[in-house]
Design a protein around this ligand. Sequence first.
Ligand SMILES: [Zn+2]
Length: 201
Amino acid sequence: MGAGLQGRAVRIWREARVRSELVAAGALLARRGLIRHAEGNLSCRLDPRHVLITPRGVAKGLLTAPDLVLCEVGQAPPAEASSEAWLHLEVYRRIPLVAALVHAHPPALLALEHGGGQVPDPRDLQEGELLVGSVAFVPAYPPGSRELAQACAVALTESPVAVLSRHGVVAWGHDLGEALARVEAVELLAAVGLAGREAGR
Ligand SMILES: [Zn+2]
């Protein structure tokens, strides 16, 4: 097999693998109750310029591999891409080491933030410190807006996780597994934070 043909085969194989990983990740988030129906969005970088992202308006627990939408970093996303595609693409553009991004609406995290603007504290759990390190806070901007995309990308240059006011969480990873693990870790930290707040009353 020639070098060009071999490179193309590797790209096709990699894209197929990433598509099936995103489908499995959507199902996991739905099963864990971290997203409901069409909420949330996920993406993975295929190469420095290309990203696969979940489609808008589709339940992430019921995705199939062909549903995922190919986007180009630095370009407007296709209409069928997630409503938060601008956010994802802006993070990939600004932070070259980001390989995957997950946006979810975890219930304990929303409850913690709702009851006093608190964000999960990674120091509450050893694993939280190791996996998350720090959590940024992004004030309320309209969902899907370029302003939200900019604010999120800036916040995620400092922390791997950002809580979006009255909305949810965004986490990136060096791979999809790490981004998912961070979303699950902040939800557990939020549950611990809520329990601590209850006990303190
Ligand atoms: Zn959302």
